[in-house]
Design a protein around this ligand. Structure first.
Ligand SMILES: C[S@@+](CC[C@H](N)C(=O)[O-])C[C@H]1O[C@@H](n2cnc3c(N)ncnc32)[C@H](O)[C@@H]1O
Length: 303
């Protein structure tokens, strides 16, 4: 059987870090909360291990991501049908394949610019295709919230194409079954979900639950949304994480290994683990210097 796994490449996606993440996940936990879900590496990994019996809640600030997960959860067959409609390309005799791909990519960008207004299975298909045809699987938006990544290029003569993995889409749909996916447009609203003075979904986080915060990194790329994620947002995130930890919630946070982030998170009761991995945003592969990252966690690391 196909195991659930990320359906699209995502800047800052944590696939490569899963071995490290698994070592700081508590042996037992209640529900799982992932408010910066993006490509969902951790969520799908926990689902594949059958560790989400207690339930899960996902959120993201990018409307396209939220709509896409809802579409995959609610109607995977329609997502697959939509993707197969988009692909393979029907080439008119007079057109070059690259021109057709560029045209399709352009229309996907325009469609995803107001993702919240479109049926969710169509958004899911468009996002999956956009991430495969765009440059380096990057997701970045302009001030109006519209994606503004350039089309990718064929590599080594291999043409760009959209691969439709129907079994993977179905496996992800099973993992998402019954999982609320919440959209919050700004960092303030996103973090407000956890603020104790307000009665929201996230105020239901209880002792023993697990929250994984994977925000845009401090001092790094934060162009997923027009608002970005600034220093004050990081400070606010830290105070929420401290509050949750004091309430007996298991907390894991990812961030950059820059001195400011290390200093910010080197506070009781958190453990800070440093990790190295190649940077992924730099488009020039020859310049991919190792980028330090940190994992901040309330549970002692195993292994
Ligand atoms: C580092 S990525 C998360 C990657 C994810 N863990 C994965 O494995 O793919 C950060 C995520 O935070 C979301 N985000 C960006 N700005 C945000 C904001 N202001 N509030 C909430 N989420 C935000 C982005 O859309 C992005 O999906």
């Amino acid at each position: 059987m196909t195991a659930p796994a990320p359906l699209w490449k995502w800047v800052g996606g944590k696939r490569a870090l899963l071995p490290e993440l698994r070592r700081v996940v508590p042996a037992e936990f209640g529900r799982y909360f992932d408010p910066f879900v993006g490509g969902g590496a951790m969520f799908f990994d926990l689902a594949a291990q059958g560790r989400l019996e207690g339930g899960a809640v996902l959120a993201d600030a990018a409307p396209a991501v939220v709509q896409a997960y809802r579409g995959i959860r609610d109607d995977p067959e329609e997502v697959i049908r939509q993707l197969r409609d988009l692909w393979p390309l029907k080439l008119a005799a007079t057109m070059k394949r690259d021109e057709v791909v560029a045209g399709l990519f352009e229309s996907l960008r325009a469609f995803l610019a107001d993702a919240a207004t479109h049926p969710s299975p169509r958004v899911a298909a468009a996002l999956i295709a956009h991430q495969q045809l765009g440059f380096n699987g990057l997701w970045r938006v302009n001030q109006a919230g519209a994606p503004n990544v350039a089309a990718g290029k064929s590599a080594n003569g291999a043409p760009l194409e959209v691969k439709v993995d129907a079994d993977l889409i179905r496996a992800c749909s099973v993992a998402l079954d019954g999982v609320p996916v919440v959209e919050q447009a700004t960092a303030r609203a996103q973090l407000g979900l956890f603020a104790s003075s307000r009665s929201t979904l996230f105020n239901k986080v209880e002792a023993g639950d697990l929250v994984y915060f994977d925000p845009p990194y401090l001092g790094d790329f934060d162009g997923y949304t027009p608002e970005g994620f600034g220093f004050d947002d990081h400070l606010r995130l830290r105070s929420i994480a401290l509050d949750l930890a004091a309430r007996g919630v298991h907390v894991i946070v990812s961030n950059s290994g820059c001195p400011e982030a290390v200093a910010m998170w080197s506070v009781e009761p958190f453990h800070v683990t440093r990790i190295e991995r190649p940077g992924t945003v730099n488009s020039d592969t020859s310049k991919r210097a190792p980028v330090g990252e940190i994992l901040v966690h309330t549970t002692r690391r195993t292994g």
